[in-house]
Design a protein around this ligand. Structure first.
Ligand SMILES: *Cc1c(COP(=O)(O)O)cnc(C)c1O
Length: 419
């Protein structure tokens, strides 16, 4: 291949769209084909040996990835401004690969007390295997600092918490993790790289449920882990010798891939990687539109007499509004939650919605509403719900790409009937 058309310096959005072409797909295809082969071959036995031993890069058996998942991983790395990424079958597979791949019994983790429900449930499983957790209020970096111990291996937080929208003090937590040389892992699902790159605040690993805004369309599930290049893996005590052959910057993601994909098998299918890649190309256009609609909906709800409380970081009434404005470049995400005025029935209200769909899931193209305490946060019990600030009547809303006036009209008719 000639180098005559080597890539010029391009903006991130352009590089994202042209990432396929730069990897020179066969037959000059403008869009990368989907690879479905379970295994890959080499003409020379020496090459097969070198790829197995890691001295040459290449594909082996698709449980560890294929060209389609690699293309998606490259997109995510670009979006996050990181050094490398690994993709997984779901966001939970990505989260479990980090924790099961890197931690051992006796380790300690400082985690946000405001967690995605299944992450919270997974952390209970880890506690049964001897990993100790301190759950703290991450809106206050001092609470994180006070919980650090000599055996703390990781600090874990989400950016905007689901469903009450608490905003972590990422700058403060990032600074203290860098000072203490502790790995900071940030779940960036709720903000996406369109609003935030956690690496810029000191996160060493960024995890995503690709099922949410990065795919955006709700037609595929996936997860990812990105190494931001901000953490020095020589400080991490549990890297196996066999993963220490390359430069230290490669150790962490290699171990996460080997454990999470090769050993635990949480592999993303090529078909789904392709669907997610197609979605990722338009993230930078969808997120601003959905965030702007979410802000309008939040303002409308806050002003309505049938509403008790609205939680959205874009409202000046939100306790971390200023912080969110600084961190997220003036946009505040697609998730908000609210409570009806005392005495109004949230389920009856939901039944009156016509355009808004009753469903779980976040950052879909469609607007989705769910009574959070009775559904996604039911299993954890009343005590944990209380610690997370989830009232029984709390309704979680994920704002989609519909014309905003249609959403406002739908809320208006359902609320007027309630009041
Ligand atoms: C949905 C979600 C996950 C889990 O992702 P799946 O793709 O559903 O497995 C993890 N973290 C957050 C913040 C999420 O919203």
């Amino acid at each position: 291949m000639s180098d005559a058309k080597s890539p010029p310096a391009l903006q991130a959005q352009t590089r994202l769209l042209h990432a396929d072409r730069m990897s020179r797909p066969e037959h000059g295809a403008v869009h990368k084909p989907i690879h479905t082969s379970a295994t890959f071959s080499y003409e020379r036995a020496e090459d097969l040996v070198d790829v197995f031993q890691g001295s040459k890069s290449g594909f082996i058996y698709a449980r560890q990835g294929n060209p389609t998942t690699t293309a998606l991983e490259n997109q995510i790395t670009l979006l996050e401004g990181g050094t490398a990424s690994a993709s997984f079958a779901t966001g939970m597979a990505a989260i479990s690969a980090i924790f099961l791949g890197l931690l051992r019994g006796g380790d300690h983790v400082v985690s946000s007390q405001f967690l995605f429900g299944n992450t919270s449930s997974f952390f209970q499983t880890l506690q049964a295997f001897g990993v100790d957790f301190s759950f703290v209020d991450v809106t206050d970096a001092q609470a994180v600092k006070a919980a650090l111990r000599p055996e703390t291996r990781m600090v874990f937080t989400e950016t905007i918490a689901n469903p009450r929208t608490q905003v972590a003090d990422l700058a403060g937590i990032g600074a203290l993790c860098q000072q203490a040389r502790v790995l900071l892992v940030v779940d960036n699902t709720l903000t996406s790289p369109a609003l935030l790159r956690p690496g810029e605040h000191g996160a060493g690993l960024v995890v995503h449920s690709l099922t949410k805004s990065i795919a955006g369309h709700g037609h595929a599930m996936g997860g990812s882990v990105t190494d931001t290049g901000r953490y020095d893996w020589r400080d991490f005590p549990h890297i196996y010798d066999s993963y220490k052959k390359g430069p230290p910057a490669t150790w962490g993601i290699l171990q996460i891939k080997k454990k999470g994909l090769r050993d635990m098998g949480g592999t993303l299918r090529g078909e789904d990687a392709h669907r997610i890649s197609v979605g990722a190309e338009t993230l930078g256009l969808r997120m601003p539109a959905q965030c702007d609609s979410a802000l309008q909906v939040a303002r409308f709800l806050e002003a309505h007499p049938a509403i008790g409380k609205v939680y959205y970081p874009g409202l000046s009434s939100h306790p971390q509004h200023e912080r969110a404005a600084g961190l997220f470049g003036g946009r505040f995400g697609t998730l908000l939650s609210f409570e009806l005025r005392e005495g109004l029935d949230p389920l009856a209200f939901l039944n009156r919605l016509r355009t808004v769909i009753l469903s779980s899931h976040l950052s879909d193209t469609r607007t989705l509403a769910i009574p959070a305490a009775y559904t996604i946060y039911w299993e954890m019990g009343a005590e944990r719900r209380k610690a997370m600030g989830i009232a029984d009547g709390l309704i979680r809303l994920s704002v989609g790409l519909e014309a905003c006036q249609d959403l406002l009209a739908d809320f208006s008719q359902a609320l007027d009937a309630a009041a």
